[in-house]
Design a protein around this ligand. Structure first.
Ligand code: FAD
Ligand code: DHB
Length: 391
């Protein structure tokens, strides 16, 4: 089988890339390891920057987003005895939207099915070949066990942190940077109306907590736990108690509503960047090239920004014959990646309990600064609400 762009991975990066290329008349084929239902049901990120929302709407993906996404002006920052609103719209003119990654994935998969773009789910032994030559191709066994080969002009590695694309880049010239954090998140989904109008990021001596949401009837919470934590050790009443304490129940009469917990899992936390994001005819996008800890809500938005740049570059190259944007892709994308890597690290280290009491006082001093200074609040707001695709 032959196509123009062989895309490995059917996460948000791969699906959106395929859609943006299709709109410009460029063919692609997706090869994905998991089955389609699994891909659709993975609960992950929840916040979209306004640039992300603008891009999705321009790409004709705004129908359900317009109906169901919740527009938020800002976030609350909290520590014991204090809760402060940081107003992104006042500082930057831009809100953010709550719209689960599962919803975005469903929209992208529906668009792919509607346009009858080819995808192979449940692909095994996916391997990349000849990325330095002029005949790159991807081989795999399909869901029936039949060996297949997709020949392409270029390969897009959108296969997340554990996929084969990054490993296919030659070691010479490649560099990686990373940090693993000494804590993790216990993510909890609950069938209960949110107890807040906007997200609450809470610093607490027991550890960080985040109150997010998915809809007017579904809440999403995160609790800082240790990386080797067994999620099963967290019974529902223990979860609600920890959330109530860390989110400041009782402060000015605020109460946490509780309800049935429908999903919980422990998420490890790391920062990771690999460079370059292009080698020969292989381009990396999204988590295949970089991981951020989730406190800045950047992972999904970064994947979308990469793909916005990459689709433009591939259209210019494969349709119009100009390789200039493709040659600039890695450097252009990495400027934004490093900015978001810094912001995510900064939010993470400011909000999570680690180190000693001296560290705790520094964190509190930083939190006070963010809510007391217009300049400091604007710095957080600009980064959280989203920087331009090209920084
Ligand atoms: P992915 O979504 O990881 O997609 C990669 C795809 O490639 C997957 O479908 C995978 O099955 C496929 N693949 C892997 N290996 C192969 C192979 N060998 N062959 C073919 N296909 C393969 N971000 C936030 O901002 N907030 C959050 O709360 C948050 N929570 C997260 C929770 C978890 C458990 C994880 C893993 C991530 C979370 N993230 C969060 C990050 C965010 O979800 C990612 O940044 C985003 O999914 C990146 O999209 P992607 O398409 O680059 O990668
Ligand atoms: C969500 C996840 C985040 O990492 C974050 O910073 C805010 C919200 C969420 O899943 O809703």
């Amino acid at each position: 089988m032959r196509t123009q762009v062989a895309i490995i991975g059917s996460g948000p990066a791969g699906l959106l890339l395929s859609h943006l290329l299709y709109l410009e008349g460029i063919e692609s084929v997706i090869v994905e390891r998991r089955d389609a239902d699994h891909v659709k049901s993975r609960i992950r990120a929840g916040i979209l920057e306004s640039g992300t929302v603008g891009l999705l709407k321009e790409a004709g993906l705004g129908e359900r987003l317009n109906e169901e996404a919740l527009e938020h002006r800002g976030i609350y920052l909290q520590w014991p005895g204090e809760r402060h609103h940081v107003d992104f719209v006042r500082h930057t003119g831009r809100p953010v939207w709550v719209y689960g990654q599962t919803e975005l994935t469903a929209d992208l998969m529906a668009a792919r099915e509607h346009a009858e773009r080819v995808a192979f789910y449940e692909a095994d032994d996916v391997a990349l070949h000849d990325i330095e030559g002029s005949h790159p191709h991807v081989t795999f066994r399909d869901s029936q066990g039949v060996r297949r080969c997709v020949d392409a002009d270029v390969i897009a590695g959108c296969d997340g942190f554990h996929g084969p694309s990054r490993a296919a880049m030659p070691a010479t010239g490649r560099r990686t940077w990373g940090r693993t954090y000494p804590f993790a998140w216990l993510g909890v989904l609950a069938a209960v109306a949110p107890s807040t109008d906007e997200l609450i990021y809470a610093w607490h001596p027991d550890g960080f907590a985040l109150h997010s949401m998915r809809s007017p009837r579904v809440s999403r919470f995160y609790l800082q736990v240790s990386p080797d934590e067994d999620g099963d050790e967290w019974r529902d009443d223990r979860i609600w108690e920890a959330l109530a304490t860390r989110l400041g129940e009782g402060h000015r009469g605020w109460r946490l509503r509780t309800g049935p917990i429908t999903e919980k899992s422990v998420l490890p936390m790391r920062s990771f960047v690999t460079t370059p994001m292009r080698h020969g005819r292989l381009f990396l996008a999204g988590d295949a090239a970089h991981i951020v800890p989730p406190a800045g809500a950047k992972g999904l938005n970064l994947a979308v920004a990469d793909v916005a740049l990459l689709s433009r570059a591939l259209v210019a190259w494969l349709r119009d014959g100009s390789e200039e944007l493709a040659s600039a892709y890695s450097d252009t994308a990495l400027r934004r990646v490093w900015r978001c890597t810094h912001f995510s690290w900064w939010m993470t280290t400011m909000l999570h309990r680690h180190g000693d009491d001296f560290d705790a006082q520094l964190q509190l001093a930083q939190l006070h600064r963010v809510v007391a200074s217009e300049a400091a609040a604007r710095e957080l707001a600009e980064n959280y609400a989203g920087l331009p695709i090209e920084v």
